[in-house]
Design a protein around this ligand. Structure first.
Ligand SMILES: [Zn+2]
Length: 151
């Protein structure tokens, strides 16, 4: 009868191991199921940013060259076919430049969403954005379903 005391103590010590292991394995499982791989997402964003930055620099050069080139043809745009071609080119490059700068802003916002822990969630329906879509468009804010419904 006096032996029951030590037995109770053994039971308590024996129980601690399995419980701790169970908690650890549940934790690992939760991590594995998490939405997007943030390390992969960061790499994609960095690559996209490098590409977009190079595009902005190149388009700025083109735009400057067109603006400087157009000084020589100047004030007779309406009667000079070359002048209107230059105006058209300048507008096209300016438009691409706006797009490239917009893309950079969106990549910045995506970066901020990674830091905030909301990256990869559709801003409209809140569901996960497919990884294939994030691979193609790292700054995507909406899932394919929501993006195809423009209202
Ligand atoms: Zn959605």
């Amino acid at each position: 009868m006096g032996d029951l005391g030590p037995d109770g103590g053994n039971g308590r010590v024996g129980g601690a191991g399995p419980v701790t292991n169970a908690i650890l394995s549940v934790g690992a499982g939760t991590l594995a199921c998490m939405t997007v791989d943030l390390a992969v997402a960061r790499t994609r964003l960095a690559d996209a940013r490098t590409e977009a930055t190079a595009r902005v620099v190149s388009l700025e050069d083109q735009h400057r060259a067109i603006v400087e080139g157009s000084r020589w043809t100047t004030d007779d745009d309406e009667h000079d076919p070359e002048g209107s071609t230059i105006a058209f080119e300048r507008a096209a490059v300016a438009s691409m430049l706006r797009d490239a700068r917009q893309e950079l802003r969106e990549l910045d916002e995506a970066q901020a969403r990674i830091d905030a822990g909301t990256y990869g969630m559709c801003e409209k329906c809140g569901r996960e954005i497919a990884d294939a879509r994030l691979d193609a468009l790292p700054a995507a804010r909406r899932c394919i379903e929501c993006n195809s419904v423009r209202r």
